[in-house]
Design a protein around this ligand. Structure first.
Ligand SMILES: NC(=O)c1ccc[n+]([C@@H]2O[C@H](COP(=O)([O-])OP(=O)(O)OC[C@H]3O[C@@H](n4cnc5c(N)ncnc54)[C@H](O)[C@@H]3O)[C@@H](O)[C@H]2O)c1
Length: 258
């Protein structure tokens, strides 16, 4: 019996155009799922959808949506249900960060980081949950971050926004267990993605911090998006039918939280 099988399942994923989200979308399709990618980088999202569809034969679509905009998210969710009839799994992978000591940050930066990382998750969950409740089934996986569990130099607001996701996920898990909806969060450590590349290029401060972290990772290397994806699939699958409200780190041993 293959418990990690997503045939006849529909997955909605935000941030699926590149990085970790792209790997998750691809792996779901490899396991038989149809996938809707919601991302504000629509060209990259369409390219990803085309490539995944070609290699897996699954139905993969892409739609432009900025997760910070509630109306756009409402449209994304409505359109996904209209086109695919249902949403079985919601994965929130859209996220954004810039490294800076807290005292140098500005309210504009706080707003952007909180909006993308936390408010975006509120938007997708608020619009998808009524549909999942009606069907009395569903699984939500929120991509948080290990920064939320242990703090991270230069990422005060980002870490706080990702910690908010953890508290939010646990609360939704409690509220919706009766609806047979499971809610879990995955905390990547440091993963080689376009986001990290862009951050490295930002300034010497960021490049130095990111460069030094690898020394503290027992595996002595960054993670790969393909190493985050299987954990998301596991949590979304029937193999995790008794798992809800849990937070799982995937970090090469960087942090070992009790
Ligand atoms: N890379 C890491 O080391 C790392 C570590 C911990 C957590 N994470 C989290 O993993 C997730 C994926 O990160 P990544 O490293 O793959 O980043 P990435 O930038 O490579 O990919 C993020 C995707 O989200 C999309 N996105 C960003 N803002 C959006 C918005 N407002 N609306 C819609 N789409 C938006 C981007 O277009 C992109 O396709 C994020 O939530 C990030 O915070 C990453």
């Amino acid at each position: 019996m293959n418990l990690i099988n997503f045939e006849n399942k529909t997955v909605l994923i935000t941030g699926g155009a590149r990085g970790i989200g792209r790997a998750i979308a691809g792996m779901f399709a490899e396991q038989g799922a149809d996938v809707m990618i919601g991302d504000f980088r629509i060209e990259d999202a369409q390219i990803a959808a085309g490539e995944i569809s070609l290699s897996t034969g699954r139905r993969i679509e892409a739609m432009r949506a900025d997760v910070t905009d509630f109306e756009q998210v409402k449209k994304l969710v409505g359109e996904t249900i209209r086109r695919f009839d249902k949403i079985d799994v919601l994965v929130n992978s859209a996220g954004w960060d810039r490294l800076m000591p807290f005292v140098k940050t500005t309210p504009d930066l706080w707003e952007r980081i909180i909006s993308v990382n936390f408010r975006g998750v509120l938007h997708t969950c608020h619009t998808t949950l009524p549909h999942m409740c009606e069907r009395k089934q569903g699984s939500i996986i929120n991509i948080s971050s290990d920064t939320a569990r242990v703090g991270s130099f230069g990422e005060a607001i980002y870490a706080a926004s990702k910690a908010a996701i953890i508290a939010f996920s646990k609360t939704l898990a409690r509220e919706h267990a009766r609806d047979h909806i499971r809610v879990n969060a995955v905390c990547p450590g440091l993963v080689e993605t376009p986001l990290i590349e862009e951050m490295r290029a930002d300034d010497d401060f960021t490049a130095k911090i990111l460069g030094s972290i690898v020394n503290y990772i027992p595996f002595k290397r960054l993670g790969r998006p393909e190493e985050i994806a299987p954990v998301v699939l596991f949590l979304a699958s029937d193999a995790a039918s008794y798992i809800t409200g849990q937070i799982l780190s995937v970090n090469g041993g960087l942090n070992m939280v009790g």
